[in-house]
Design a protein around this ligand. Structure first.
Ligand code: FRU
Length: 492
């Protein structure tokens, strides 16, 4: 039985979403069918399709009572919308169906675990009681479990807040049992990652606190994910309210904790940590393990503090990053666009060993749906002071990326991108010292640009609302550099 609330959402999204012209969406990044999207949810493979759900409020381009939107794909790039999967229509989720995850059961059903929230007061900030709920279905229609909630806060250590207990990420172990990690928080706002186990995915027991915020990394830790990668364990978290320090910029960010794990005791020992993306628009990661053994990550290509950067004429808000293959090299998390993207590459144009001095453009190097790789090196030691690449450029607007070899810094700036909004459009990141050399892979897709630095050692993700006819790309060297440029159009 489909509830009235879900039926209305499905009718609305079909009637309104299908009116959005194709060119008003990215070519291969997932957007909501209509209205608002935040976190990726239920990223999974089921019955031959990848499924990607998302935090969804169809009726407006702003956050509201959370539904789950739904899309499927064979290659993670060509997405087909399915009807919204969940709506806030039962007692334990009357205030919204917050983030969660999905897996396939032996009986063939697709199981979703999400956070049900119930509004208890409008007077303060902490007004949603949060518990974990289940819904099982055939890949299109889902039935909420009668026994919801399956995990409430009576199962968690004392002292944790019932208002911050959300975003279950569950998976199946090779022995057939199930695990999940959930974000929790002390009453004085220190994030905890809680680890649970289950024999059947319906009855869960608390095992351990996997990681705890001592107060130095933001407040609540949202959207955890935990997996083995290249011989280590990676715990992804999205800390809120981070104070700026040497390692991290302020705001809501994504951090990878890398270490070892003892499955017997549920003990994770962190060996290192790193920022996952140095751009402005990146939050709430979620991963899946493909049948061919690749760990693929998606994320919301937005950030809570930059959501006013948008344009009126577009009827959706929020998009996902290009899915990324993860690996660990020398203890560091690397990200590369999924290899499926290579099948979209057309019309290769390349320039090799070109001397760059002052302002230059190159025949055929332009576009807004492209895969562009640029290698920059000084012509001789110290000969390059600054190197700027401008994208989405025309006579009046552009977005720039500035490399300063002497500082090993890369600065992004979209304040001239045509925006009328006074949010932070500028961000600088340190890059590793490679003797003044830099390799950049730039993925542009109409409403975004993503940069993969030095073969995925670092990434930067940004949404972009410049008019699509602005497709110029120029290069300006202060001093002298040598460039290799390779560009493909991305075509479906
Ligand atoms: C992260 C988040 C989650 C929550 C969801 C609500 O962006 O705050 O913790 O489940 O968004 O939409």
């Amino acid at each position: 039985m489909i509830s009235q609330i879900l039926r209305e959402a499905r009718t609305y999204e079909k009637n309104e979403g299908d009116l959005i012209p194709e060119e008003n969406r990215p070519l291969f990044h997932l957007t909501p069918r209509i209205g608002w999207m935040n976190d990726p949810n239920g990223f999974s493979q089921h019955n031959g399709y990848y499924h990607l759900f998302y935090q969804y409020y169809p009726y407006q381009k702003k956050w509201g009572p959370m539904h789950w939107g739904h899309a499927i794909s064979k290659d993670l790039l060509n997405w087909e919308f399915l009807p919204a999967a969940l709506a806030p229509d039962t007692t334990p989720d009357s205030g919204g169906c917050f983030s969660g995850s999905a897996l396939s059961l032996d009986d063939g059903r697709h199981l979703l675990m999400y956070t049900g929230v119930v509004r208890v007061s409008d007077l303060d900030d902490e007004n949603f009681v949060q518990t974990q709920c289940l819904a099982a279905g055939d890949g299109t229609d889902y039935v909420k479990y009668q026994g919801n909630p399956v995990i409430d806060n009576s199962r968690i250590p004392e002292g944790l807040s019932r208002f911050d207990f959300r975003d279950p990420k569950m998976w199946r172990e090779s022995d057939g049992t199930y695990r999940c990690v959930i974000g929790g928080c002390t009453k004085d706002k220190k994030g905890r990652i809680l680890y649970f186990r289950s024999d059947d995915a319906f009855h869960w027991e608390f095992v351990s606190v996997l990681a705890a915020n001592d107060g130095s990394l933001g407040t609540m830790w949202e959207c955890p994910d935990f997996f083995e990668l290249d011989g280590k364990y990676v715990l992804l978290i999205s800390p809120q309210d981070v104070l700026q320090n040497e390692k991290y910029s302020c705001g809501n960010i994504v951090v990878a904790l890398i270490g070892t794990f003892d499955p017997e005791t549920g003990t994770f020992i962190k060996e290192s940590e790193q920022l996952v993306d140095s751009g402005i628009d990146f939050y709430a990661t979620q991963t899946l393990l493909t049948e061919d053994g690749r760990r693929i990550m998606t994320a919301w290509m937005q950030n809570w503090d930059s959501i006013v950067y948008t344009v009126r004429s577009i009827r959706w808000f929020g998009q996902m990053i290009v899915p990324r293959e993860l690996s660990l090299k020398n203890g560091r998390l690397y990200q590369e666009p999924i290899r499926e993207l290579n099948a979209m590459q057309r019309n290769r144009i390349a320039y090799e060993n070109v001397k760059a001095e002052g302002y230059q453009t190159f025949d055929g190097i332009n576009g807004r749906t492209i895969d562009l790789t640029v290698r920059i090196r000084p012509e001789s030691e110290g000969s390059l002071r600054k190197f700027e690449i401008r994208f989405a450029e025309d006579e009046t607007q552009y977005t720039s990326l500035i490399f300063r070899p002497s500082e090993n810094s890369l600065e992004f700036d979209r304040s001239n991108s045509g925006t009328r909004r006074a949010v932070d459009h500028n961000k600088k990141a340190k890059v590793s010292d490679n003797g003044g050399e830099l390799k950049l892979r730039c993925i542009l897709d109409r409403f975004s640009c993503e940069f993969f630095i030095n073969d995925g050692e670092q990434t930067m993700s940004y949404s972009l609302f410049t008019d699509h006819y602005s497709e110029g790309i120029s290069f300006t060297a202060s001093g002298s550099a040598v460039l290799d440029i390779e560009k493909y159009d991305l075509v479906k």
